[in-house]
Design a protein around this ligand. Structure first.
Ligand code: PLP
Length: 316
């Protein structure tokens, strides 16, 4: 499957109009029909590396609803390579929508305890894993290796080729996508990372990702946007997402882009951006995450809200 062009769309929301800020959204959620968003940009260089080095198998880590695992499985199928997912949690997750899609794409799944999962960055553990998969490329959780930084720098270039904004924004988990985005900036551009985790080490991680690229980092900042924690999802948040969908026609994902947009709207309302500023938000994808949230959505806002979300997903 061929990736689509990256569209940049104007986003008309009341808070932006009121403050005289021009808002745009880079639709990375649509770049690839299946493996959407930043994961496509992060993983692409890994596949290119694997192919250049005659590596036939890719191994990586993730939670049971991981966008990264989902994207890795689907892209591996496209590239004709094998994939293995080391999944945090019990075997029973294998039938959830994310892992079902991954299995259907041919990914082999290995379930590990939370305790074992914690070892995923450790040198000894990785050496053991490499022994078990001697011919594989092992990719860190989230795809967040140095290769991903280069991949995400091309995201900035793809956006700039079409549209120049003053400020770029993206939601951050590990911060690798953001670091890549920063590496691709023009001198006068700035970027804001919206942290969806309560994670003190994010700033340090972003700066070390950037330093390794030996690039003069442009001005960037980090905004806290966890709204109570990573998987926290309540009525207020769902209502924000539904309101955004109504105002813009764009569905955000439950965990990442919705938190970025929610915080950005608060900043706009507080008058934190100068009149005339143009901002390009990256829609980093993650829409597959909705498929595991049906019951929650219905419980919080009723069947009709779920129907709205589902019909959007089906029209994609
Ligand atoms: C993984 C992910 C992110 C965060 O990317 P990092 O590079 O880990 O910061 C943002 N948005 C979506 C939709 C994601 O799946």
């Amino acid at each position: 499957m061929q990736p689509q062009n990256l569209n940049i769309e104007s986003v008309e929301i009341a808070a932006a109009k009121k403050s005289g800020v021009k808002l745009f959204m880079a639709r990375a959620d649509r770049i690839h029909p299946l493996a959407s968003g930043n994961k496509f940009y992060k993983l692409k260089p890994h596949f290119e590396y694997a192919i250049a080095n005659d590596i036939k198998q890719l191994v990586s880590f993730g939670g049971a609803f991981s966008n990264h695992i989902h994207a890795l499985a689907l892209m591996a199928k496209d590239y004709g390579l094998q994939s293995v997912g080391i999944i945090r949690g019990e075997q029973e997750y294998a039938s959830n929508p994310t892992l079902t899609a991954a299995r259907n794409a041919g990914m082999a799944l290995e379930f590990v305890t939370r305790k074992e999962y914690q070892l995923r960055h450790g040198e000894n553990y990785l050496a053991e894993l490499q022994k078990r998969y001697p011919l594989a490329l092992i990719i860190p959780e989230g795809g967040s290796s140095q290769l991903a930084i280069a991949g995400c720098a091309t995201l900035t270039k793809d956006i700039n080729a079409q549209h120049r904004s003053d400020i770029f924004t993206i939601a951050s988990g590990t911060g690798a996508s953001f670091a890549g985005l920063v590496c691709g900036l023009e001198e006068t551009q700035q970027a804001i990372s919206y942290a969806v985790l309560k994670d003190q080490s994010l700033e340090q991680r972003i700066s070390s990702f950037i330093n390794k690229e030996e690039i003069q980092a442009n001005e960037y900042s980090i905004e806290q946007a966890d709204y109570g924690g990573y998987a926290k999802f309540d009525e207020t948040h769902l209502e924000f997402i539904l309101d955004w969908l109504e105002q813009t026609g764009i569905l955000l994902d439950p965990i990442y882009t919705s938190k970025m947009c929610r915080r950005l709207v608060e900043q706009l309302t507080d008058g934190q951006f100068e009149k005339g500023t143009s901002i390009t938000m990256v829609h980093s994808g993650g829409l597959q995450g909705w498929l595991g949230m049906r019951d929650k959505v219905i419980k919080l806002e009723g069947e009709s809200s779920w129907d709205l979300i589902q019909s959007y997903l089906l029209s994609e």
